[in-house]
Design a protein around this ligand. Structure first.
Ligand SMILES: C[S@@+](CC[C@H](N)C(=O)[O-])C[C@H]1O[C@@H](n2cnc3c(N)ncnc32)[C@H](O)[C@@H]1O
Length: 329
C-alpha cells in the first residue's frame, strides 16, 4: 500500500499515479445501470458526485442527459487528472466532511464507494458523522443521498440511525447484481437511497423501489437487482468456493512444511495450519485479506491461486489495483 492507510489522501495520490493511472469504475459503469439512473435522478436536478475518483461514471452520466453535475474528491491530484480528461465537466477538490457549498444546494448526492472509503478511516464513525451532517446540510428538502457500497445494509443503516442530523431519513434498500462476479468476489452490492423529508405535510415522495427492481441492464441483458434469495444463493456458492480453495491451500502448505522440516519438528508445524479465513466482507476486509494471502503464498510454478480460489493477481487488481505491503496496519 502507499504512504498512508486507505483513509488518507496520500494513499489515493499513490493509487492514481502508480496503481491505477487509467480511468476505473468501482463496482460497475454508468451504462450498466441503464434505466436505474432515471429512477434515481431527473435531468433538471443538481447532482453532487462525492468521491468521484478517476471513474468515467460522471462523464457517462453527463452524456446520458444529466448535465447539472458537480464532481468532488479530496484528492487534488485525481481532480486535476479528471479536469484534463473531461474538461466539459465541473470538478472540485472538496472534503465531504467540510463541504464549501451553502445549505440546500443539491437535489441528489451520488456516492459510489465514498462511504466505503470513510469506513476505512481512523475513528470511522466520527468521520461518517461529519460527512452525514454535511450531506444533510447541502441537500435540499426532499433530496436524495444515493449510496452504492460493498457493505451490507445494516452497516450503512447504522450511519443514518447513528446520526441523521435533524431529519429522519427514509431509506430504501436494494441489492444490485455485481456484473463482475465472480472476478470481484461479492455477488451483489448495496444500493441505499436515503431521502431527506420534504418538510411539507402530505408531500412524501412516491416509493421508488418498484421502478428500479424491474430494470434490465442494457450492458449485460440481465436484471440489475437481485432478490434476497438469489443473493443468498450466490453467497453460499462464494462460501463453498472459499472453503474449497482454503482447504487446497492448507493442504499445499502442509506438504511444503513436510518437505522442508526435519521429522522432529513436523508434528509441531502441523499444529500451526492456516486458520480458516472469515467470509469476504468490506472493501477493507477484502484488501487486507488479499495482502495477507500475498504474504502466505510462496512463488509457485503454476498460476497463483488466491485462497478464495481465483487468480490472485486479477482478483486483487480488480478490486483495488494496489500492491502488497508488509507494513499495513
Ligand atoms: C473507492 S474510490 C471510488 C471512486 C469512484 N467513485 C468510483 O466509483 O470509481 C473512493 C474515492 O473517495 C475519495 N475520498 C475519500 N475520502 C474522501 C473525502 N473525505 N472527501 C472526498 N473524497 C474522498 C478517494 O480519494 C477516492 O477517489
Amino acid at each position: 500500500m502507499g504512504r498512508g492507510g486507505y483513509g488518507t489522501v496520500d494513499f489515493w495520490d499513490d493509487y492514481y499515479v502508480t496503481d491505477r493511472p487509467e480511468p476505473y469504475d468501482w463496482f460497475f459503469s454508468c451504462s450498466y445501470l441503464g434505466g436505474v439512473i432515471g429512477e434515481l435522478v431527473s435531468p433538471h436536478q443538481d447532482i453532487l458526485m462525492v468521491g468521484c475518483g478517476n471513474s468515467p461514471f460522471s462523464q457517462e452520466l453527463h452524456d446520458a442527459g444529466f448535465p447539472r453535475l458537480t464532481n468532488v474528491d479530496n484528492c487534488a491530484l485525481v481532480i486535476e487528472q479528471q479536469r484534463q480528461r473531461y474538461p466539459d465537466l465541473h470538478w472540485e477538490v472538496e472534503d465531504v466532511r467540510h463541504l464549501s457549498y451553502p445549505a440546500d444546494t443539491f437535489d441528489v448526492i451520488f456516492d459510489k464507494g465514498l462511504l466505503d472509503n470513510l469506513f476505512c478511516y481512523q475513528a470511522a464513525e466520527d468521520q461518517c458523522d461529519h460527512a452525514m451532517r454535511e450531506f444533510d446540510r447541502v441537500l435540499r428538502p426532499g433530496g436524495r443521498y444515493v449510496v452504492i457500497s460493498f457493505h451490507p445494509f445494516e452497516e450503512i443503516r447504522h450511519v443514518f440511525t447513528r446520526n441523521s442530523g435533524s431529519h429522519d431519513w427514509h431509506l430504501t434498500e436494494i441489492l444490485l447484481r455485481n456484473p463482475r462476479w465472480p472476478e470481484i468476489r461479492t455477488p451483489c452490492f448495496s444500493l441505499v437511497i436515503a431521502e431527506k423529508p420534504s418538510g411539507a405535510v402530505g408531500e412524501d415522495s412516491a416509493p421508488i423501489s418498484q421502478g428500479i427492481l424491474s430494470q434490465v441492464s442494457p450492458e449485460s441483458g440481465e436484471s440489475i437487482c437481485l432478490t434476497e434469495e438469489e443473493a443468498q444463493g450466490y453467497r453460499d456458492e462464494a462460501e463453498r468456493l472459499r472453503r474449497e480453495a482454503s482447504d487446497r491451500l492448507k493442504a499445499r502448505q502442509r506438504e511444503q512444511r513436510q518437505v522442508q522440516s526435519p521429522p522432529a519438528v513436523r508434528a509441531a508445524s502441523s499444529a500451526n495450519a492456516t486458520p480458516p479465513q472469515p467470509p469476504l466482507g468490506t472493501m477493507q476486509d477484502q484488501l487486507q485479506r488479499r495482502r495477507s494471502t500475498l504474504r502466505q503464498v510462496p512463488p509457485p510454478s503454476e498460476p497463483v491461486v488466491h485462497s478464495d480460489g481465483f487468480a490472485l493477481k486479477s482478483a486483487f487488481a480488480s478490486v483495488a489495483g494496489v500492491g502488497d505491503d508488509e507494513d499495513e496496519e
